[in-house]
Write a protein that binds this ligand. Structure first.
Ligand SMILES: [Zn+2]
Length: 346
């Protein structure tokens, strides 16, 4: 601090002034000009789902019509959907007419007061607790022309439209005043959105939920990446377990001599870990997880008694590894690296 006192007063004033100018600029700066489709934006909005939710960046995910161009905010049916900004409802179920088309339930378009636009799709169309398509998940008074304030409840999360067979979510799109669709991921994160998707980054290898057709998550992204790495193309790694992913899983399972059921539980996870681990992954006494469990089933199948496959590399598993190594002429060190893995494949 003493050092600061030696700085000439004029310089100190300049420094102070620059800070003031910078602070003013950051307050006055409009949202970063995003002009290209898919640009990220720091547009200030209110997170449009008012309840437990999660999401990951699905903007560039592939859809039948091209890219997704939106963020899917995963939440339970009936969770309130909030206006991301103040503005005027311009379309309800794709009509600007006040005589609403109930059969097209449920979507909303909100024209913000600043010229931006947000779109809300797959809103609830079911009676509570059912999937009957007879509900109306748009809040009272929300009709074309209605003025709404930021944070106001405008609708409820659902699975309508082409989301009937997927977990419920809000499909959220954001457009600049020039009508360019931008990627709202950063803006949603900044608005407090929860991106800790079930399981997180290592979800596939540490998790145990059964992945199957219709599931979504970062573990599905990882699954799709790994399948592709080993030659079973599941399509784009978009985190959505659809028919292509299921076909890839079945084809991998057949190759790995597993039951070809299209379900990814602990056995398929273990096999995937086994088949995709880099050469420097070494299992040893004390290791745990699906890959250890897979090792145990391999040893059992090869005639080595390692007890019940429990995913814990204990003394019995080590004894089994040692005798397998001795029999196959490998260095008997009880460590399972790429060589021992390779020998166990045959
Ligand atoms: Zn979507």
């Amino acid at each position: 601090m003493e050092h600061a006192l030696t700085v000439p007063r004029a310089i100190r004033h300049v420094v102070t002034l620059s800070f003031v100018i910078l602070a003013l600029l950051s307050v006055m700066a409009p949202a970063r000009a995003a002009t290209l489709e898919g640009d990220s934006t720091d547009y200030r909005l209110t997170f449009p789902v008012d309840g437990e939710h999660h999401f990951w960046d699905t903007f560039w995910a592939s859809r039948s019509h091209g890219i997704h161009g939106a963020q899917d905010l995963m939440a339970a049916k009936g969770v309130p959907v909030l206006a991301a900004a103040s503005g005027t409802i311009s379309l309800v179920n794709w009509t600007a007419q006040s005589h609403l088309n109930r059969s097209r339930c449920c979507s909303l378009v909100l024209r913000h007061d600043d010229g931006w636009k947000s779109v809300y799709i797959h809103l609830d169309n079911d009676s509570p607790g059912t999937d009957d398509g007879k509900g109306w998940g748009i809040a009272d008074g929300i009709v074309p022309g209605a003025k709404v304030s930021v944070g106001q409840v405008i609708a409820y999360v659902g699975d309508s439209g082409n989301a009937e067979s997927t977990p419920s979510h809000l499909h959220f799109e954001l457009y600049t005043p020039n009508g360019v669709v931008v990627n709202p991921f950063d803006a949603l994160v900044r608005a407090g959105g929860n991106t800790s998707v079930p399981g997180g980054a290592d979800a596939l290898m540490s998790g145990s939920r059964i992945l199957r057709n219709g599931e979504r998550g970062s573990d599905v992204v990882r699954l799709q990446q790994l399948l592709k790495e080993i030659g079973h193309n599941a399509g784009p790694a978009d985190g959505i377990f659809g028919p292509r992913t299921e076909r890839a899983v079945r084809s991998y399972q057949a190759t790995a001599q597993l039951a070809s059921d299209g379900l990814v539980g602990v056995t398929t996870r273990g096999a995937l870990a086994w088949d995709t681990s880099s050469a420097n992954v070494i299992l040893r006494q004390g290791s745990r997880g699906h890959m250890v469990r897979y090792l145990q089933t391999k040893l059992t199948a090869a005639g080595y008694d390692v007890g019940r496959p429990d995913g814990i590399f204990g003394p019995m598993t080590r004894a089994g590894v040692l005798s397998f190594q001795a029999t196959t002429g490998l260095a008997s060190d009880g460590l399972v690296g790429s060589r021992t893995r390779g020998a166990l494949v045959s």
